[in-house]
Structures are given as C-alpha cells and as structure tokens.
Design a protein. Structure first.
Length: 132
C-alpha cells in the first residue's frame, strides 16, 4: 500500500524534497500542453510520451512535477500507489488534491492534473496559466 512507501527494487524512493523551482527544475508535460497553457516555468519542460513514466519520475525524485491530461482511474491507479508511497499527490489545476476513488466508474478525469509534492504544488502552479 501507499503507506508502506515506494521502492525501486530494494531501494526506497522519495518524491522531490525541495521546495523551490529554478532553472534546473524539470516539469514533464503531455503532448498538447502548449496548446492549453501559457508557462513561465523557469526550468526544463519535456514530454516523454508516457503518463505512468512521468508519474514515476516524480515519485523517484527525478522530476519535480508532471502535468497529465485525459486520464481515467484505470490509467492512474497503479502509478498512484507508487506516487503516494513516495510522498507525491495528484492536484487539479486549482491546486486542490484530487482523489481517484471519485472516478471508479471509469469516466475521464475532468481537466489536467498536476503531479507533485505538497511543498511544490503552489510554486509550480504560479508558473502556469490555462489558455481560454
């Protein structure tokens, strides 16, 4: 369970413990991110093409955050256990934590999600503005 921590093999992993964003920070994004957001994020932004990989990179501290979109409970359930075990969480773009059990019927989750730690959530959100 998420309460037991997250591991890569036998090594315990931890989501980023930092609380600042700078030019060395890494934000992983979905493929159409720039069509949906204006960004002043000072660090690097990459799309690796796999939502679960993005979430796991945050969980093991290799990325500061990820923005994922067009997902369902089934898409995120396994990665969620790893993420939460490592200290990360899912947030909507208003900065409120979301809980996947609200989507057990298989419906798509409304809007993009921010995947990061509580310490970084507001700092990263400050750099993102949704396009209208």
């Amino acid at each position: 369970t998420a309460n037991e921590g997250a591991f890569y093999g036998r090594e315990k992993i931890q989501a980023p413990e930092r609380d600042a964003i700078d030019d060395e920070s890494l934000l992983l994004v979905f493929s159409r991110f720039h069509k949906h957001f204006h960004s002043s994020f000072p660090g690097k932004m990459l799309n690796l093409g796999c939502t679960s990989a993005h979430i796991c990179y945050v969980a093991n501290g290799r990325a500061d955050a990820a923005i994922v979109a067009n997902e369902s409970f089934q898409d995120l359930a396994a990665a969620r256990v790893i993420l939460e075990g490592a200290g990360g969480k899912f947030y909507n773009m208003d900065g409120n934590e979301i809980f996947l059990n609200e989507y057990l019927e298989g419906q798509r989750i409304d809007g993009p999600l921010l995947v990061t730690t509580p310490a970084l959530c507001k700092r990263i959100k400050r750099h993102l503005t949704e396009r209208i």
